[in-house]
Each structure stands twice: as structure tokens, then as C-alpha cells.
Design a protein around this ligand. Structure first.
Ligand code: IFM
Length: 459
């Protein structure tokens, strides 16, 4: 382990998952349908027609999964709470059985000496709220605040670290303009309204969490590292538009209390004719945070391009005059994502440069890779590519810390192989293999590697 990065005392090593990706038990104990139940049950939406109905059956097997976490030695476990387990229709009184499940999980973690880190929204919006407009309408942000108050009222005494939203870019843009995530819409201004209402929901949830007296509040973003394909002004402009859609639309309001100056160039009429940004919203959105959660996997090479849809009235919010080019000469994982660890350092130092002292401490709330895992004759999964990926990305992270970025923790994505959204179960991100026929868990080589890394830091 001598070539491994050494992290400062107090640095938190963790592992992450999300409710719909692992829990299963989709119709148990009063859980209502979420947009992902409806989307995944719609023919043609997910690869192989996969759904989260059973997933890793974590709802029933959580003691076994917590035992794996304990053996791994992580100090913290990041999980998400399924809103439709707590409020089956997204509003009204709490479903006690839903609260009880998370209460049992939290107690099991605490007993194992693991700090729970809860994400309130990892994409499973109650379908009843989508039927009323989903994140396109402001009311959903208000419902989110009520749900937050219920959950915090039950768990704030035992959960110290809270994340309001996971990767709101995916909710707004993959969900409402690309259409590759639930609810599968391809829209223009309504997708931008969704982005704004997610930010408002975040602000309202921060207030509820503060009122409940929790120790730490943050939000998790998935900033892209967008690199212009050439040095031309046109490609630089394209990279700025990509940055605006993926990053600045979130980080500028949250960290700097402003809307991005480049939003008009990025969205034109779709944003100039909007009326969803209300007075006072920026103050709500820009409340101080204890940490910023950053999920990072791969960089993006971006080139200038014309609009895909010439008719402005038919354009979606992701049609921003740029295209992605293939990153040359690097290994690609099973997602076809380029593996370029040094861009992790550059992303983090770039955030520090842009926001300076306004950048709160960072937790890497996800990082990992889906590889072509195989079970060997000895029954083990020798996932050498994943080990290398983790080692190189942790090293790149340490380099960013040496350059002055305040990073407090790292959560590997993911503890378990799980439901990779529209790509179903074929993509495996886990450091523990899940056999979906038997639900058997097999720690991979990467699990054992991460365990040793954590152990080395315990002295
Ligand atoms: O599986 C997802 C997770 O739900 C959110 N971040 C990215 C992961 C890998 O695609």
C-alpha cells in the first residue's frame, strides 16, 4: 500500500447507495409509486425492461449490507430516503412503516459504529406529484419541504449529515429535456423551471433541516469537467454553454447567490421569457452550507455545433449548440466513459478558483466505475480495472487537497451492484457483486483493496 495517498486525520471514508437502486420492496408497507416505477414499467424505457421492483432486496437484507459496511471499516454510509415510502402520494401524513424502515437502518448503522449520511431526494419523486406537474411547478418544492420536515423530525437526532438533493442536473435535464430519466419528458422552458424549482426545494429543505438542528447540511452536485475540443473561440463558447447547463445553473445560485451570466447565450428565449424566478429566491437558494457534495466520474470534450432543432419553439433545454466528442487515447469503462483521473484534480481546483472562500468544505459523495466484472473460477471477482480507477482517482483527489481544496470525505459509488437507471442491471458499479438470481453478495477485489486503505488510516 506504499504507493497509496495518505489522507489527513479525520478524513471520512464512506460508501454510497440510493433507495430505488437497491431497496426493492416496491409495493410493501404502504410505499406509493414513484416516477421511476412508472418509467421503468413503461415498455422500451429501460434496457431489458429492468425495474427496481426487487433490485438488491436491501429493504429486507439491510442487516447483511450493514455487516458488509462494518467489515469494510467505513466511517460513514450515504443512503437515500424514498419519498414515496414516507408520503405515498407526496403529501399528507407520514406512513409510519416507511419511517420505521429508515429508523431501523439508522439504528443498525449506529450500532455498527457507522455514521449515517442521508440524502432526501435521489430521484424517486412520488408519481402523484408528477401528475400535478412534477418539478415543473413550484408546489413540488413546497411539498419537498414538508416531506423534509417529517423525515428530519424522526431522524435528526441520529443522522448528523444531510444532503437535500442528489444531482439535480439529472432530475431537471435528463428527466425533463433529454428524456432518458423519469419522467422521460423532452421539453424547453418547463425543464428550466424544473431546475429552478429543484433549487427552491433545496433552499426550503435547508431551512427545515436547520430548524431540526442537524449537524451538517449540504447538497450533492455532479459537476461536469467540460474541455473545449480545440482552442477556438467557438469551442470555448460551446464549453461555457455546457458548463452553464451542467454546472453554473446550480453552483452560481447556491454558492454565489446569482444566476449565471451565460444563461441567455445558453438558452436564449427559453430563459429570457421565463417567469419562474421570483424575488427572494436567490436568498433562499444561497443559504450557507456546511459542505458541498461532489460526484465525479469522467470528463467531457465539447465542440461547437448548430442547434439540433432549428425551430426555437420546439427546442428542448438541452439543445445548447454543442456536441460531445470522444476523448482520445484513454481507457473506457463499461459505460464507455473515458478514464482520465487528473481531470478530477482540475475539476476541484477549478471550483476553488471560481468560488474562493464561498466554496464550503467538500465531500466526494460519489466516485467509482462500472467495469466488465466476471466471476472467476475461484468464485472471486478480480476487478483490477476498478482497483486502478479508485487508486488513481483517490490520488488525484489528494493532489487537489495539496493544492488547497478543502475535502473532508470520500464515498465510493457504490457499495453494491445495483439498478443503473435506464441502463438496468447490466452495468455494475459495486465493490460488492450482487447475484440478482440468488441475492448473494460477493465482495470484489476492490472491496478488499478499499478495506486495506481504510485500515491503513486507522493506524
Ligand atoms: O448510479 C448513479 C447514481 O445514482 C448517481 N450518480 C451516478 C451514478 C452512476 O451513473
Amino acid at each position: 500500500m506504499s504507493d497509496l495517498p495518505v489522507f489527513p486525520e479525520g478524513f471520512v471514508f464512506g460508501a454510497a447507495t440510493a433507495s430505488y437502486q437497491i431497496e426493492g420492496a416496491a409495493n410493501e408497507d404502504g410505499r406509493g409509486p414513484s416516477i421511476w416505477d412508472v418509467y421503468s414499467h413503461t415498455p422500451g424505457r429501460t434496457d431489458g425492461g429492468d425495474t427496481g421492483d426487487v433490485a438488491c432486496d436491501h429493504y429486507h437484507r439491510y442487516p447483511e449490507d450493514v455487516a458488509l459496511l462494518r467489515d469494510l471499516g467505513v466511517e460513514s454510509y450515504r443512503f437515500s430516503i424514498a419519498w414515496p415510502r414516507i408520503q405515498p402520494t407526496g403529501q399528507g401524513p407520514a406512513n409510519q412503516k416507511g419511517l420505521d424502515f429508515y429508523s431501523r437502518l439508522v439504528d443498525e448503522l449506529l450500532e455498527a459504529g457507522i455514521e449515517p449520511a442521508a440524502t432526501l431526494y435521489h430521484w424517486d419523486l412520488p408519481q402523484a406529484l408528477e401528475d400535478k406537474g412534477g418539478w415543473r411547478v413550484r408546489e413540488t418544492a413546497e411539498r419537498f419541504a414538508e416531506y423534509t420536515a417529517i423525515v428530519a423530525g424522526h431522524l435528526a437526532d441520529r443522522v448528523p449529515r444531510w444532503i437535500t438533493l442528489n444531482e439535480p442536473w439529472c432530475s431537471a435535464f435528463l428527466g425533463y429535456s433529454v428524456g432518458r430519466h423519469a419522467p422521460g419528458a423532452q421539453e424547453g422552458t418547463p425543464a428550466l423551471a424544473a431546475a429552478h424549482h429543484l433549487l427552491v426545494g433545496h433552499g426550503l429543505a435547508v431551512k427545515e433541516l436547520r430548524a431540526a438542528g442537524v449537524r451538517e447540511v449540504g447538497i450533492t452536485l455532479n459537476p461536469d469537467f467540460n474541455v473545449p475540443a480545440t482552442d477556438s473561440d467557438a469551442d470555448r463558447g460551446a464549453a461555457l454553454r455546457a458548463d452553464t447547463q451542467h454546472n453554473l445553473v446550480w453552483t452560481d445560485p447556491i454558492l454565489a447567490g446569482r444566476y449565471p451570466a451565460s444563461d441567455e447565450d445558453t438558452w436564449g428565449e427559453l430563459i429570457t421569457r421565463q417567469d419562474f424566478r421570483l424575488d427572494g429566491d436567490l436568498d433562499l437558494i444561497a443559504q450557507p452550507l456546511d459542505f458541498l457534495g461532489v460526484n465525479y466520474y469522467r470528463p467531457t470534450l465539447v465542440a461547437d455545433a448548430p442547434h439540433r432543432e432549428p425551430d426555437a419553439s420546439l427546442r428542448t433545454a438541452s439543445d445548447n449548440r454543442y456536441v460531445e466528442r470522444s476523448w482520445p487515447d484513454v481507457r473506457r469503462n463499461s459505460m464507455n466513459w473515458p478514464v482520465v483521473p487528473e481531470t478530477f484534480t482540475q475539476l476541484l481546483t477549478g471550483l476553488k478558483e471560481r468560488y474562493g472562500d464561498a466554496l464550503p468544505p467538500i465531500h466526494i459523495t460519489e466516485n467509482g466505475t462500472a467495469e466488465y466484472d466476471e466471476v472467476s473460477a475461484d468464485g472471486a471477482v478480480h476487478d483490477a480495472d476498478r482497483v486502478t480507477y479508485l487508486q488513481e482517482h483517490l490520488t488525484a483527489l489528494r493532489t487537489a487537497m495539496d493544492a488547497g481544496v478543502d475535502v473532508r470525505g470520500y464515498y465510493v459509488w457504490s457499495l453494491l451492484d445495483n439498478f443503473e437507471w435506464a441502463l438496468g442491471y447490466a452495468k455494475r458499479f459495486g465493490i460488492v457483486r450482487v447475484d440478482y438470481d440468488t441475492q448473494e453478495r460477493t465482495p470484489k477485489d476492490s472491496y478488499h483493496w478499499y478495506r486495506k486503505l481504510i485500515e491503513a488510516h486507522k493506524g
